[in-house]
Design a binder for this molecule. Sequence first.
Ligand code: BG6
Length: 462
Amino acid sequence: MTVQYQFPDNFWWGSATSATQIEGAAFEEGKGMNIWDYWYETEPDRFFDGIGPETTSDFYRQYKEDIQRMKDIGHNSFRFSISWSRLIPGGRGEVNAQAVDFYNRVINELLKHDIEPFVNLYHFDMPKELQDIGGFENRQVVLWYEAYASVCFELFGDRVKKWFTFNEPIVPVEGGYLYDFHYPNIVDAKKAFQVAYHTMLASALAIRAYRRLDGQDGQIGIILNLTPSYPRSQHPADVKAAHTADLFFNRSFLDPAVLGEFPQDLVEILREHDHLPVVEQEDLTVIKENTVDLLGVNYYQPRRVKAKEHTPNPDSPFMPEWFFDPYEMPGRKMNPYRGWEIYEKGIYDIMINLRDNYGNIDSFISENGMGVQDEERFLKDGRIEDDYRIDFIKGHLTWLHRAIEEGCHAKGYHLWTFMDNWSWMNAYKNRYGFYSVNLHTKERTPKKSAYWMKEVAKHNGF
Ligand code: BG6
């Protein structure tokens, strides 16, 4: 294989997953109920094909074989999340010994195969008991999250050296409090900003706890889904619309995580519309002093916007969309199987922004991937021929490579995801894995992209 795009030594090649999406055993071995278990139990029809989080690829039981499969395709790193409600069933209080044993076995198995565990503490899965008292709307839950994070560091931090406080903290805010696609399906911008703010406080408190503990010498960060915000034109009204969208959807989390403060322009907008969250003064010092060491970037698609065509009705509920309209750029490249735009250069623009405006913080692509509905149609001789996914990854890696050549501190690339998994409301609609999974037999089969990735990892490039 001739290598045209050679990546830096020790580049992280791997994939990302989350507990609720892969573990299964949702009601077994002492696990407590989280909001997904509950929502499925009460409103199963909301989920694609009526499939809920108890039907997964069963990593809980097949983790050993799966880790061997990771090794087979050249992974040197792998992200999974700890399920808060498995480890501490009620969200606070007693630790479940069976969960400790499970996560210890997973971590040890990964290390045995020279695969570095990247551990995320929270992937959309609030314990139900804590959601009942308001979830992250409630300041007390922030403190229980800090306690949970500390338990994880103490139990596993001797071996885990890459920690992440949250995955895509904006998603539960959007889904749960603004746009009604996640539990608790409330539509209330004031609550949304409170939850967003408390989440960033929780992240900073966990980082502080990590740094205060003896013997914790790894890196701790956060994983954000960044959507570069592009204006329809260079007209000042379009540019302003894109700037405001960037404030709401990227900088609201990126600035406090990396720079330790919220963007002043955003604070002013919220103040003007009477939507500032309740803040205790000393929190801002905690946020300032506990920024991340490492940033995970999930990148799927950009956000294209234009100036608002109609002034919003001041009596309608306050929303970020008061400040911009979506823009469907003619001729943009689409993933026809998922409906998301594919814009590979977005990955480069994100990296250059981190280099120029965020102190060139160490980062990596923590998710990027191509969801495909009805992927079985690409089955040939027992294997899914996913050339479209290989092209997708290549296109993004090419731009990532260029960003690295231009001095960006990008350290790795993780695909979403290792094997086809259950995904929130969409259940098994969109398939993303290197491995396909037969939902009935749980049999895993490598797709063509898995073989391709093996070569990429082997040559540290392509
Ligand atoms: C990412 C999330 O944003 O998108 C994952 O971190 C999720 O948890 C992935 O599975 C794909 O989402 P979907 O809706 O296409 O299955």
